[in-house]
Design a protein around this ligand. Structure first.
Ligand code: NAD
Length: 259
């Protein structure tokens, strides 16, 4: 077995693809990877936001390039993943972060549409990006996959069943692929963010956010996107080589709290 001190805590030169990198946790995660010396492929459905993330990284001396990518489009996922690997010379890390919210009561007229969209963007997309990345991950010295789910995968909010079902699917996909790919040294882990201040939650009035956080979390506040990004980056260190198949809440104690 390697000596603990010999296990690398450096991501210098690693190549990472972060989906949904134009906003919120994706952008924060891309910036932290770049600050650690990784080459970052920032992709987003809204290409101009991915470009803004890549420009911000390059402006601080980091290495990044942007691509427009809708993660629910299988052909585009394969094409862009190939371009990312071709541009940087491989792929070591995939962070499946892109997401949408689509509240929909079970008897609403738009339920079928919300279900289809949620499953496509939040769950099916994860297996598409993973399958596209595998040929390169298999050549990596420290291949890592991190899937971003949600505490909605572990508990549930009323009128949000398409999202909850998709996110719970992500935890199952994570475990199944961790078991299937483990013999190849590829780790697959899942993070369940709690309430985080991002583009997804910035329309909630400040007072409502504060009340929710005070009542529901142990820390009594919303999280910062970087607080999730740091956990993602930690799971991708070469030294994180024996962590696989886990689902980690990064939620300020939301899941721990009963009252
Ligand atoms: P955000 O809205 O700030 O960022 C999401 C990004 O995903 C956006 O840039 C958006 O353009 C992109 N995106 C949406 N659909 C896409 C598609 N089809 N293809 C590619 N990109 C697409 O939100 P965020 O909170 O940073 O979300 C990141 C992840 O965290 C999501 O998976 C979300 O479900 C999850 N999450 C968020 C919270 C929270 O409180 N904010 C809590 C739990 C989980």
């Amino acid at each position: 077995m390697s000596q603990p001190a010999a296990l690398s805590r450096s991501l210098q030169g690693s190549i990472v693809h972060v989906t949904g990198a134009g906003s919120g946790m994706g952008r924060a995660t891309a910036e932290i990877f770049a600050a650690e010396g990784a080459h970052v492929a920032a992709t987003d459905f809204r290409g101009e936001t991915a470009e803004a993330t890549a420009e911000a990284i390059r402006a601080t001396g980091g290495s990044a390039r942007a691509w427009a990518l809708d993660v629910s489009d299988a052909d585009e996922v394969r094409r862009v993943t190939g371009e990312v690997a071709g541009h940087f010379g491989g792929l070591d890390i995939l962070v499946n972060n892109a997401g949408i919210s689509a509240f929909s009561p079970i008897d609403s007229n738009d339920y079928d549409a919300a279900w289809a969209k949620s499953l496509a963007v939040l769950l099916t997309a994860h297996q598409l990006t993973i399958r596209a990345a595998l040929p390169w991950l298999r050549k990596s010295k420290a291949p890592r996959i991190v899937n971003i789910a949600s505490t909605e995968a572990l508990g549930a909010t009323s009128r949000d069943s398409p999202y909850a079902a998709a996110k719970a699917g992500v935890t199952g996909l994570t475990r199944a692929l961790a078991v299937e790919l483990g013999k190849e040294g590829i780790t697959v882990n899942c993070i369940c963010p709690g309430p985080i201040l991002t583009g997804m939650t910035d329309r909630i009035p400040d007072a409502d956010r504060a009340t929710y956080a005070r009542r529901r979390t142990a820390l009594g506040r919303y999280g910062d996107p970087a607080e999730v990004g740091h956990m993602t980056v930690s799971l991708c260190l070469p030294a994180a080589s024996f962590i696989t198949g886990v689902t980690i809440p990064v939620d300020g104690g939301l899941m721990a709290r009963n009252a």
